[in-house]
Design a binder for this molecule. Structure first.
Ligand SMILES: [Zn+2]
Length: 274
């Protein structure tokens, strides 16, 4: 018989009775068919009924089963040993399940101890837990971003002006990277601007602030705010109502949140100023 990973499909079924955990499947009544192709393959039928197990190789075609599995012997043995990722094999079309998929995901894992090579220590199973932690935290903005957010709360845009070249950066940055000097002077700019460019997004990644996927399409604008140095752009969202009308060169105005707390939500979006 052909061997894979030092064992074979026959051994997976032969060891089922000793790996079976009847107390975990007292209320289960399923038959699982295995159509295992390639060298060392065959047709097996496994029945679990009220805490009893019957696993047999049969000579006929698979009868009607709660679930049937079709795969090649190597994938079957590798998957049983945990050497082959069955999810990946499924994606690749090398491991097919017909019928009740919960037999694979819920019943089989609790009905049997993992198959392992004779003499090989049964490794401890990894447990994965999916959780979305929520952590109360405070974030120090520093003086420049602090000025920016304070401005938003008061419906104002502040930029930093370089004392050397006069460049006006928005949002304000601590250093003018061209002159390599601190730029600690703040000037008020805007509140309106001109659309220099835009991204129209049809495929949204999850929003880093909320984890939710935004509805599409949405538009991110690159704006020359009135009073800033050309080339220095502020990027922000466009009011969705203007998605189909927006063009380069258009004038836009900010739309503010009613409730403002010196945060990024203070500014909702820009919209066409007409
Ligand atoms: Zn400069």
């Amino acid at each position: 018989m052909a061997e894979y990973f030092g064992t074979n499909a026959e051994a997976v079924f032969a060891t089922m009775p000793e790996r079976f955990i009847p107390e975990k499947v007292q209320d289960v009544d399923v038959t699982i068919g295995y159509d295992i192709t390639g060298e060392g393959g065959g047709i097996w039928l496994v029945a679990i009924q009220a805490g009893t197990l019957k696993a047999e190789k049969i000579d006929s075609e698979l009868p009607e089963c709660s679930a049937s599995i079709k795969t090649d012997a190597e994938t079957f043995v590798g998957g049983s040993l945990g050497r082959i990722d069955l999810n990946a094999a499924m994606f690749a079309g090398k491991f097919k399940v017909k019928g009740d998929i919960s037999v694979m995901t819920n019943i089989l894992p609790k009905a049997f101890k993992k198959f392992s090579l004779a003499g090989e220590e049964q490794a401890e199973e990894f447990i994965s837990i999916k959780a979305m932690p929520s952590i109360n935290q405070r974030f120090a903005t520093g003086a420049h971003m602090g000025q920016w957010f304070k401005g938003l709360m008061n419906k104002k845009f502040y930029a930093a002006k370089c004392p050397s070249c006069g460049r006006i950066q928005i949002p304000p940055r601590e250093v003018c990277a061209e002159c390599v000097v601190r730029s600690d002077d703040f000037v008020e700019v805007g509140p309106n601007g001109t659309v220099a460019n835009m991204d129209i997004v049809y495929y949204a990644s999850p929003d880093p602030l909320t984890g939710k996927v935004r509805s599409t399409p949405y538009v991110t604008l690159y704006l020359w705010m009135d009073g800033t140095t050309p080339g220095e752009c502020l990027s922000f969202d466009l009011n969705p109502k203007d998605t189909n009308r927006i063009q380069r060169g258009m004038r836009v105005r900010p739309v503010w949140n009613e409730v403002r707390n010196a945060g990024i939500d203070d500014l909702l979006y820009f919209e066409i100023d007409d």
